[in-house]
Design a protein around this ligand. Structure first.
Ligand SMILES: *Cc1c(COP(=O)(O)O)cnc(C)c1O
Length: 403
């Protein structure tokens, strides 16, 4: 008998009982129960014939959701940042130049990833809370002649939806520049047409408007995008995310590269099946309608949106924090008193905005009424100049009008 080593006492951890939150922050969003059920079905091997069929189905569903015919459409193992790093780490070669935006948190992350891939980063300037101006993009393309241009379609840090996507891609292609779009907070929530808009590479995440737990993240590349990856002189710095190797698993061969996160692929399949059942256009319309009621509610109680109507992002509503109110204390009170998650601002907008998501399964009338009611109550209790009753009335009217 080995002697008992008391320096490692057996932990007494209770059964898992997470609180029942309503998730209205920047993600994750509430999960549809059908997705959670799919996750409790039995595991099969990652090369099981039944799983190979599931892989085909997921790829087909992803193409529909991205609105693309791209053959190179896969779920990347990991969160949205893994799909982001797969896109940037494979497209950007040492010595390449990548043009990135400065108008939010995720443009900054693009820059970090491009530098780590050995690229030179140049910037197109825009303020946090504003979209990119096509003229400024045009000028930056002319000035730097970059190999890659990255932009964020739905900037989760500012609640800004980038309009004029086709204009941006057309300008880039005139300079033989490939375009990478961050569509993490737009996929399945707001209009996104990868082929029609001529986006070369788009990456996304499952836990925002697809309402799927994080773990397998959508990525799509056009032939031109993939040609650049396959023509690299030097291997990408990540073995795990090397698309030329992942091709062996997701392409024709179906050979082992790494073990796919089986359960997350099940989840993504069910989440995407829900998208197809609803119809992608209907789903975009639902987000606009439900987030419109949310917006009517916060404006009705006397708050202001941070982004102008022209580039309002339905899936992430940036609301100005009223004077004298501490955003952190509000988020804490909502979590404690209402089991409700929303978020405060990041970076340049830290302390200035609330970020209220309206994504996927969270974009339902009962959630919208709940968040408007709870936010009004908490703000009033903290002495803010708001009229919670008018907020709830405005939300209800907006919902009735559009039903
Ligand atoms: C959430 C998010 C990401 C990163 O995704 P993770 O799943 O957190 O890794 C990237 N870009 C945008 C716009 C996002 O909202």
């Amino acid at each position: 008998m080995p002697t008992t080593d008391n320096s490692y006492p057996k932990p007494a951890v209770s059964e898992l009982t997470p609180p029942d939150r309503t998730l209205m922050g920047p993600g994750p969003s509430d999960t549809n129960p059908r997705v959670l059920r799919a996750m409790s079905t039995p595991l099969v091997g990652h090369l099981d014939p039944s799983f190979v069929e599931i892989m085909d189905e997921v790829q087909e569903l992803l193409r529909y959701t991205f609105q693309t015919d791209n053959e190179w459409t896969i779920p990347v193992s990991g969160t949205g940042s893994a799909a982001m790093e797969a896109a940037i780490g494979n497209l950007v070669e040492p010595g390449d130049t990548m043009l990135v935006p400065t108008n939010g948190y995720f443009g900054g992350r693009m820059a970090s990833m491009a530098r780590r891939a050995g690229g030179t980063v140049v910037e197109v300037d825009a303020t946090w809370g504003e979209p990119l101006d096509p003229t400024a993009v045009d000028d930056a393309l002319a000035e730097y002649d970059p190999d890659i241009f990255g932009f964020v379609h739905a900037e989760t840090s500012t609640g800004v939806l980038q309009p004029n996507v086709s204009e941006l891609t057309a300008a880039a292609h005139e300079h033989d520049t490939l375009v990478i779009a961050d569509t993490v907070t737009s996929i399945g929530g707001v209009e996104l047409r990868v082929d029609e808009w001529d986006i070369d590479v788009a990456y996304a995440g499952p836990q925002k408007c697809l309402s799927c737990p994080p773990g397998a993240s959508p990525l799509t590349l056009s032939d031109q995008g993939m040609d650049k990856v396959l023509a690299r002189d030097e291997e990408p710095r990540s073995w795990y995310l090397d698309l030329s190797l992942l091709e062996g698993y997701w392409g024709e061969k179906r050979a082992y590269h790494h073990t796919a996160p089986i359960t997350n692929v099940y989840a993504l399949r069910e989440a995407l099946r829900l998208v197809a059942e609803e119809g992608i256009e209907n789903r975009w319309e639902r987000h606009e309608r439900l987030a419109g009621a949310l917006k009517a509610g916060v404006e009705g109680m006397g708050l202001e949106m941070n982004a102008s109507e022209d580039y309002w992002l339905p899936s992430l509503n940036a609301v100005r924090v009223p004077n004298g109110i501490d955003d952190g204390a509000v988020c804490e009170a909502l979590l404690e008193q209402y089991d409700l998650e929303i978020a405060g601002g990041l970076g340049d907008l830290s302390g200035e905005i609330f970020r209220i998501g309206c994504m996927g399964h969270s974009a339902r009338p009962e959630n919208v009424i709940y968040v408007v009611t709870a936010l009004g109550d908490v703000l009033e209790s903290m002495g803010a100049d708001v009229d919670p009753g008018s907020g709830v009335t405005a939300t209800r009217r907006a919902l009735e009008k559009t039903e």
